[in-house]
Design a protein around this ligand. Structure first.
Ligand code: CA
Length: 374
């Protein structure tokens, strides 16, 4: 309902309009009021948590997100919440992080929701959607467009609390041993590609393989896979994929803005005093923002260096992209026809995407195309 100008300014003065919308997203449902804490009521109890990730240990940026998160929590809590970070395989196998946190092996995990699509198909929509929203739009949907409420509802049966934990920005299309000139070139192609993108590849006759990041290079080297996508220029270059699969394709149609996530054991979270719960949420928010900034900065620099080094950077032909888009529509229709939860999440996602696209058509798009020519 539109609010009158008078009500708006009155609301701002007493803090009931505008700010609470953003604060509710930041602080969580029902948390916009003061917690009532003062220094004398803060407990001195120290909590020790373990954080398990799906990434190789100490992996740059996406692994650092958890390390920074833990550092911020420690600093803000004066050491009352101490989180020890474990890389994938150190405490639990990378793709078992979700269960490790559910079962209390760790209190918190870090990964990407599409890794858990086998448990709940709708989870994919909280990582990324082929040809879907970019990082800016996804953040807006989650924090200010109702996405977080749906994500919390989806993870509730798993006794987990999700929090956005970074974003990769638009990814690259992946590394291939041979050029992709037509859609038929995907036939029989074994490619490391997670999430809905993998399902799209299947429609094109390829075979998606889900390998954790630490196994992609050897997979390519030993011929377990013929092609692989990972993240973006910065990380892909570090992994050395160009030594084995020389053609580097763009754009990452399958991952236009992949959201990373923290997932917290709800019982363990409930045991924290409210100020520490607040600190966890705010640190996750800060880590989420840091990740996207870092990815954008490092990828832009790495791509320029790769181009200067003469790497073979190729665009997928427009007709290949059109065909992949058509397959993506089919994949999404299949998922939402089988899962009511997926249907509910996708309806919200799609409604927000349409609004965001119309807005971007008048704002971001002309800015890229006309005002800031490359
Ligand atoms: Ca990827």
């Amino acid at each position: 309902m539109p609010i009158s100008r008078k009500t708006f300014f009155k609301g701002l003065a007493i803090g009931t309009i505008g700010l609470p919308v953003a604060l509710r997203a930041l602080l969580g449902p029902g948390r916009a009021q003061s917690s009532g804490h003062n220094s004398s009521s803060i407990s001195s109890e120290v909590f020790h948590w373990k954080l398990t990730t799906t990434w190789p240990p100490n992996f740059p940026v996406i692994g650092e997100v958890s390390i920074r998160f833990a550092q911020m929590v420690r600093a803000m809590s004066g050491g009352r919440l101490d989180i020890k970070v474990f890389g994938g395989g150190e405490l639990a196998p990378p793709l078992e992080a979700f269960d490790a946190v559910r079962n209390g092996v760790a209190e918190v995990g870090h990964g990407a929701a599409y890794y858990w699509a086998g448990k709940e198909p709708a989870a994919s929509f909280f990582a990324t959607v082929p040809f879907g929203m970019n990082a800016q739009q996804v953040n807006a949907w989650l924090f200010s467009g109702g996405g977080m409420e749906l994500w919390e509802k989806l993870y509730q049966p798993f006794n987990l609390l999700p929090l956005p934990g970074g974003n990769t920005g638009v990814q690259m299309g992946g590394w291939f041993r041979r050029e992709i000139n037509r859609i038929q070139d995907f036939k029989g192609l074994k490619m490391r590609i997670p999430g809905l993108g993998g399902r799209v590849l299947e429609k094109a006759g390829g075979a998606p393989v889900l390998l954790p990041g630490g196994e992609i290079y050897t997979g390519l080297e030993r011929g377990v896979i013929d092609a692989a996508e990972w993240l973006g220029p910065y990380h892909d270059r570090l992994m050395g994929f160009h030594e084995i699969a020389p053609y580097y394709y763009y754009p990452g149609w399958h991952e236009p803005g992949t959201m990373l996530e923290f997932f917290i054991n709800r019982d363990k979270f409930a045991q924290l005093p409210s100020d520490l719960q607040e600190i966890v949420r705010v640190a996750a928010w800060a880590a989420n923002h840091w990740c996207l900034c870092e990815m954008e900065a490092r990828n832009a620099k790495a791509l320029a260096e790769m181009a200067a080094e003469g790497l073979k950077i190729r665009a997928f032909p427009p007709e290949v992209i059109d065909q992949l888009r058509a397959y993506a529509v089919g994949v999404i229709e299949e998922i939402i026809s089988r899962s009511p939860a997926a249907q509910e999440v996708y309806q919200s996602y799609q409604a927000f995407r349409q609004l965001a696209r119309r807005y971007a058509a008048l704002t971001e798009r002309p800015f890229y195309e006309e005002l800031q020519p490359i």
